[in-house]
Design a binder for this molecule. Structure first.
Ligand code: NAP
Ligand code: ZN
Ligand code: ZN
Length: 350
């Protein structure tokens, strides 16, 4: 019999999150049951509940920044034992056979990996995410959370952390690299910490200077407001890599003008609208525009270990189940410092 577990559910597009129950499958031989302690609120949760990327599957239980403790393991599980600290990120399965999966890039699975929520698994069952008290996941898609990382500050690493770590590594960020992080929200604040820990010279481009002190505390060397036109004159041709974490439209051409020869503007932010630019802004400096999607399971483990070694966690505001809708509005208003995490013990009906 599948287990019935409490969850926070959006019944329809844009609906408030209400308490209810969902079913989790019986433990298969390779499955791990995780007791969820904390679940981060990613801006992608809001995009999906509000159907800003097209259609969605409802009822929806969002949440793909999951940290907890293993409560049970299937008969053939070898990598986890009851009591282990465990994390689950943005996807919970992939085909394991395609060229990208075989090369260790299952985040780009050609069959399409199975998202942690708002998806159908390969047997056609809907997936439900981390705003819940328990989740069942194949052990190959479960991460180890190092002892040095408290579970609340670790949860956001499972999406925001890996989404920024992966492109920083792919574009070889290290000592001597000049990196700009655009937008200092959930992703952006971790990008600043990670790029600093990798040894880069880090600049934040935020829409105002309101979070400047925090940015410098997270490891930024410089902090500028994009609302100030002088910023774009002062910083012309000065970055090797610009990582754009903004959830809304950006002035692409203004950002391209800040890249050095061969510099890259990499999108991780996923605005709802098309973004436009004139190609001359690329050819003028052999510049490129690219995008990056989360990171592989292997790279996520590497990132968690890197964070443990460097003492990096998310800055979190812990909330209860009743506060999630208000939290969504605060995220959209850029008024979160810097990631909400839901305390899963508040999800069951009282
Ligand atoms: P977030 O916490 O809301 O941060 C986004 C930041 O963008 C804000 O803090 C703000 O920074 C800036 N911003 C927001 N609205 C803006 C506006 N109207 N004009 C200018 N700047 C604005 O969101 P998040 O959770 O970090 O996610 C950011 C984006 O990444 C979302 O679109 C999300 O869906 C996407 N995402 C992508 C991946 C991937 O794999 N590619 C993974 C996770 C998330 P300032 O106040 O500093 O300007
Ligand atoms: Zn996310
Ligand atoms: Zn695949």
């Amino acid at each position: 019999m599948p287990a019935v577990v409490p969850a926070l559910i959006a019944e329809a597009p844009g609906a408030a999150l209400t308490r209810g129950t969902i079913e989790r499958r019986d433990l298969g031989p390779h499955d791990v049951l995780v007791d969820i302690a904390f679940s981060g609120i990613c801006h992608s949760d809001i995009h999906q509940v509000r159907v800003e990327w097209g259609s969605g599957i409802f009822p929806m239980v969002p949440g793909h920044e999951i940290a907890g403790v293993v409560a049970a393991v299937g008969a053939e599980v070898t990598r986890f034992a009851v009591g282990d600290r465990a994390g689950v990120g943005v996807y919970v399965d992939s085909c394991r056979e395609c060229e990208n999966c075989r090369a260790g890039n299952s985040q780009y699975c050609l069959k399409g990996n199975v998202s942690t929520y708002n998806a159908l698994d390969y047997s056609g069952e809907p997936t439900y995410g981390g705003y819940s008290t328990q989740i069942v996941v194949d052990e190959n898609y479960v991460l180890r959370i190092p002892q040095a990382l408290p579970l609340d500050v670790a949860a956001p690493l499972l999406c925001a952390g890996i989404t920024t770590y992966s492109p920083l590594k792919h574009w070889n960020v290290g000592p001597g690299t000049r990196v700009a992080i655009v937008g200092m929200g959930g992703l952006g604040h971790l990008a600043v910490k990670l790029a600093h820990a990798l040894g880069a010279e880090v600049t934040v481009l935020s829409h105002s200077l309101a979070k400047k002190d925090d940015g410098l505390r997270f490891g930024a060397d410089h902090y500028y407001a994009t609302s100030d036109p002088d910023t774009f004159r002062t910083l012309a041709n000065s970055f090797d890599l610009i990582l754009n974490t903004v959830s809304a439209d950006v002035d692409l051409q203004a950002l391209l003008g800040l890249l050095t020869l061969d510099g890259a503007l990499v999108f991780v932010g996923l605005p709802e609208n098309e973004q436009r630019f004139n190609v001359f802004w690329l050819t003028a400096g052999r510049r490129s525009i690219a995008g990056s999607n989360i990171g592989s399971i292997g790279e996520t483990q590497e990132m968690l270990d890197f964070c443990a070694e460097h003492g990096i966690g998310a800055e979190v505001e812990t909330i209860g189940a009743d506060e999630v809708d208000a939290a969504y509005d605060r995220v959209v208003a850029s008024a979160v410092r810097y990631r909400f995490v839901i305390d899963a013990s508040t999800i069951p009906a009282r």
